[in-house]
Design a protein around this ligand. Structure first.
Ligand code: TXA
Ligand code: MG
Length: 347
């Protein structure tokens, strides 16, 4: 398949009138899949009403069929088409954080959306992305768009059109290139069908930001305990992994440097994931500074690109520093620990 590619300047006004948006929207209306930028990562979109369209997402990504998709909308009024009820908590959160990186799970009306988008579930995850290109496509098609991250399953999510191209060229109808995304990690997934809403995946909106609006929330125990079965099907799969073995190190930089030297003596090629503060300290086969510790948002913004860049260095092993498990650091640590397949060395 020939994958079309359009460039769009996300800063221009009235994007819905642009030919690139019209052409991409036409493909979506014809039940083809198209990748587009959101404020978190690039999504791979399809008409959420159509089995034929949604099937193409799973095929292109190589995604396990039991992993549900988030439904993207530009207009809150559209939700009532496929959702039973919107609890008060959810309404408050939509008012506070939509458009934005918060996916809200709600009770779904059966038989409206493609069943493949929410396989065997009674809930549906809904989100309004905060990105002019995504919103223009949603407004133009007037469809709810099912969209997972636009990577091949298992690879780091794409934060630039180039990443989508590397993973999916020839497998999808088109890519709208709107530049690099902002947040860099996916949306927070919050189950609002429980009396006390539960975070199933930490993301762009922090636990504290949610608590500020609705008070008490819970966190899926599977996020901190490997033995537990996660409530969000997607969280059980190996994810975000670079080609080399990634290991998190809970220690200071001299301890990490010692590990690097030990492994190099064994003949391995070793990289280190650090931040601008420590980058010049390390001697390794590849040192990548992923943002700055002073500003964890910069780490979130660069994390997936950093994981992809390690693949160009043909390493055997990557050691990564750890990050504080609070605020956006919770999402960073969640992705890193999954990318590392739960391998952590503690000093
Ligand atoms: O920021 C984002 O959320 C990006 C952009 C493109 O919007 N999308 C994204 O989609 O990250 P995906 O498919 O890569 O991740 C969706 C996660 C998966 O872990 C999935 O299992 C979970 O959300 N999920 C979706 N619907 C669900 C549901 N009804 N019940 C439980 N988990 C759900
Ligand atoms: Mg994903």
């Amino acid at each position: 398949m020939d994958t079309k590619r359009w460039s769009v300047d996300k800063n221009v006004d009235n994007l819905t009138g642009y030919p690139q948006i019209t052409q991409a929207a036409d493909l979506l209306l014809n039940n083809e899949v198209v990748a587009f930028p959101t404020e978190t990562v690039y999504g791979l979109g399809a008409n959420a009403y159509s089995d034929q369209a949604v099937a193409k997402i799973f095929e292109a990504k190589g995604r396990p069929a039991d992993n549900p998709l988030i439904i993207h909308i530009a207009d809150e009024a559209m939700i009532s088409d496929f959702v039973e009820e919107i609890p008060e908590n959810a309404k408050k959160l939509m008012k506070a954080y939509w458009p934005g990186p918060l996916t809200i799970l709600l009770k779904m009306k059966q038989g409206v959306l493609s069943e493949m988008a929410t396989p065997g579930l009674s809930t549906v995850g809904v989100r309004m992305p905060d990105h002019p290109v995504a919103l223009a496509l949603l407004q133009k098609t007037k469809l709810p768009i099912a969209a997972p991250s636009a990577n091949s399953s298992g690879r780091p999510s794409p934060t630039a059109a180039e990443h989508v191209w590397d993973d999916l060229q020839g497998k999808i109808a088109g890519i709208v290139d709107g530049g690099t995304t902002g947040v860099g990690l996916e949306s927070t997934v919050l189950d609002c069908t429980e009396d006390v809403p539960v975070i199933l995946r930490p993301g762009g909106i922090t636990a504290q930001q949610i608590q500020e609006v609705i008070g008490e929330i819970a966190v899926d125990p599977a996020l901190t305990d490997v033995e537990q079965q996660p409530k969000s099907p997607g969280m059980k799969y190996r994810h975000y992994a670079p080609d080399a073995t990634l290991v998190l190190v809970d220690g200071d930089r001299s301890e990490i440097q010692r590990l690097i030297l030990d492994k190099q003596k064994e003949g391995l090629k070793v990289g280190v994931l650090t931040t601008s503060e420590n980058a010049s300290f390390y001697q390794a086969d590849k040192v990548i500074a992923c943002g700055s510790r002073d500003n964890l948002n910069s780490v979130a913004g660069s994390l997936y690109e950093t994981l992809r860049n390690f693949n160009n260095a043909e390493l055997d092993l990557i050691f990564s520093e750890m990050f504080p498990d609070e605020g956006v650091g919770q999402a960073i640590m969640n992705r890193l620990i999954k990318a590392a397949g739960y391998r952590v060395i503690s000093f």
